[in-house]
Design a protein around this ligand. Sequence first.
Ligand code: ADP
Ligand code: MG
Length: 695
Amino acid sequence: MTGTAGAGIPESLTALRGVGPALVERLARLGVTRPADLLFLLPVRYEDRTRVTPVGALVPGLRAVVEAEVTLTEVVFRRRRSLLCRVSDGTGQLTLRFFYFSKAQQDALARGARVRCYGEARSGPGGLEIVHPEYRVLATGEAVTLEDTLTPIYPATEGLQQFRLRPLVGQAIDRFLPLLPDWLEGGLSGSPALPGLRAALLYMHRPPPGADLGQLAAGRHPCQRRLALEEMLAHHLSLRRLRERARTEHAVALPGDGALRRRFLDGLGFPLTAGQHAALAEIDADLAQPHPMMRLVQGDVGCGKTVVAAAAALQAVAHGHQVAVMAPTELLTEQHRRSFSRWFEPLGVQVTWLSGSLTRRERVRAYEAIGTGSAQVVIGTHALFQEGLAYRSLALMVVDEQHRFGVHQRLALMQKGAAGDIRPHQLVMTATPIPRTLAMTMYADLDTSVIRELPPGRTPVQTVALPDRRRAEVVARVREAARAGHRAYWVCPLIEDSEELEFQAAESTHAMLREALPELAVGLVHGRMKGEAKDHAMREFAAGRLQVLVATTVIEVGVDVPEATLMIIENAERMGLAQLHQLRGRVGRGAATSTCVLLYQAPLAGVARERLEVLRDTSDGFLVAQKDLELRGPGEVLGTRQTGLMQLRVADLLRDADLAADAQRLGRILLERAPAAVEPLIRRWIGDADRFGSV
Ligand code: ADP
Ligand code: MG
C-alpha cells in the first residue's frame, strides 16, 4: 500500500528540510511522527500582528501591536523593583512594565525612542499597561513590516519554539497540503455549509487578517467544525472497530442463579428503583454471554449506580471469579471500599482495597490474595492494573466515573486484565449526562443503560444564588445547620487552572470559617494534599468529627455523606453548569432538606446569570446538560474540563454534539463505499492511541 497519509506525502519527517534526528524526537512529543501530522497540529490561539492598533483603541484584554514614542522611562520601587516606560502615539498613553530588565534595555528605551511592541493590554495603577511586551526599538526612518496573516501559536514543547515550529508547519502546508486526501469530498460530508478539508486546514494555519478571532477561540468557526466532524468520525470508526472486535472475543459466561444476589438485595434495606432494575437486567443479559460485556451505565449523581455495580459484581463472585472496581481517585476508592465491605462482608465475600496508603507488607499480602483468588472483589485506582499484579481469574471490571479515564486507557486496562484469550466483562458508570446521539457516536464501543430516576424519598435540593457580600448570612446558615446536627461543604473555585491559587483560596476560606465559627470543627481538603491526608479529612467529615469541610473541586465526584445538607459554592459564576450540578449532587442524599448556595461576585454577566438561574430552576441532570450546550457561547471556555471524555484535538463533545449524528452517518457511508479510507482516517486523528485496542 502507498503511504497512508496521501499519495506523494513522505512518511518520514526527515523529508522536511531542516529536520534531523534531534528535531524528530522533539516533534514526537507533540504527537508528530510524519510530515502529514504537522498539517493536523493545530494552533492553540492566534495573535494579530497584521496591523498596528492606535493606543487610544486599546482595551483591557486586547492583544495588539502598538507603535509609539517613549515619553518617560523610570525605575520604580513599589512593592517590586520595576522599569516603567511610558509611551504615546498621539491617540493615547500606555505604560510598558518590566520586572526583569537590564541597564542596556533601560538605556535603549530613552525618551524620544520609537518602539513597536506586542502584548496584552491590562488596566494598571496608572491606566492601561502591557507587562513584558515583546518589543523592538525602531531605527530612525525604519519602515514597519507587518504580517500578512494572523500569527498561529502552536502547542509548545520543550526545546521547540514557535519560531522553529512555524516554518516547519509552513513547509508542510506548501509542499503537502495539496496532496492531502479529503475522504469526505464529493458531497459525502453532506454538510454544504462546511468547507473542504484542505481549505479548512489552510484557514486554521493561516487565518486572513480580519478573521473572527472570537469565533475561532470559541471553536465555532466552520473550518473548525469541518475538522471536528472528521475527528469525531475518526473516533467513532475506531470505537466501532473495537466493538466489533470485542464481539469476537471470549469472556466467561456468567448466567445468574440469583441466590447470592437475592441475599444482597434483601439485606440492602431498600428496594431497587425501576431504573436500577432495568439496568441490571441488561447487564445480566450481557454477562450471560461468552463475549465481553461492554456496557455504560449512565445516571445522575445519587441515582444509585454503585448498588447496580455491586449486584453485577456478585454475579462474577457467585461463579468463583474476581471483580476489579476501579475509580479515578483514592477518595472514591475509599468510599467504594466502605460500601462494598458493608454489603459484602455479611455475605462472606472478601473485599480487598488496593490503596496507595498500604504499607509494603499490606501490599504484598493484597497482591497475594489477588493472585490466589481469595480477594474476590478488588477496589482501587488504575493501580489495579499495575505491572506485576496478576489476578487468578478476573471476570468483570467495573469502571466508575468514566469521564476521568480515557477510552483507550480503559481498553488498555481491559487487555491487561485478560488471561489468555479470556477478557473481563466491562461495566462503566458515569454521572455525566450524555445526549443519546452523542453516546451512540462517541461511545460506539459501549452499549448504554440509562437510570433516569433518583431513589424515592429524596427532597430536591433547594438552590439559591447570593452575591458574595451576603457571605455573613451564609456563615450563619452553616452554624444553624451544624446546630441541627447536619454538615456543610464549602467549595472554593477553580482558578484559571492554577493549583497554587486554588490552594490559597481554600486556605484563606478555611481560616475565615475557623475564626467565624470557633465552636465548630472545620476541615480542609485540596488537590495538593496526599491521598492519605485527603482520605483522612473526608473520613473525619463522614464520621461527623468535622462539621464543615472546606474543599477545592476535588470532591467533585461521587462522595457520599448523607448527613451533609448544605453545599456552598464560591465564585459559582466561574464554573460550568455540569460541574455545578455535580457538586450540588453531593448534598440531598439523606432525608433532610438540603440547600445549595451559589455565591457569586456581583455584578453577574448575562450568561453567568442564566447559568445560575438554570441551576436554581432545574435538578434534572439531562436538562442541565442540555442548557449547558445552549448557553456555551463564544469565549465560554471555563468548564471545558468537565468534558474530558476523550483526548480530542478540535472537537468538544458538548459544543459539537450536533455533529454527532452526522459523524455516525458518515461512518456508515464510509465503511460501505470507501472501507480503505477507514484505517488512514483513524491514524490521521488518533495516531498510535488506537494500538491499545489491537494488542
Ligand atoms: P451514584 O449513582 O451517584 O453513584 P450511589 O450509588 O452513591 O449513587 O447512591 C447514592 C445513595 O443512594 C447511596 O447512599 C445508596 O445507598 C442510596 N441508594 C441507592 N439505591 C437506592 C434505592 N433504590 N433506594 C434508596 N436508596 C438508594
Ligand atoms: Mg457514584
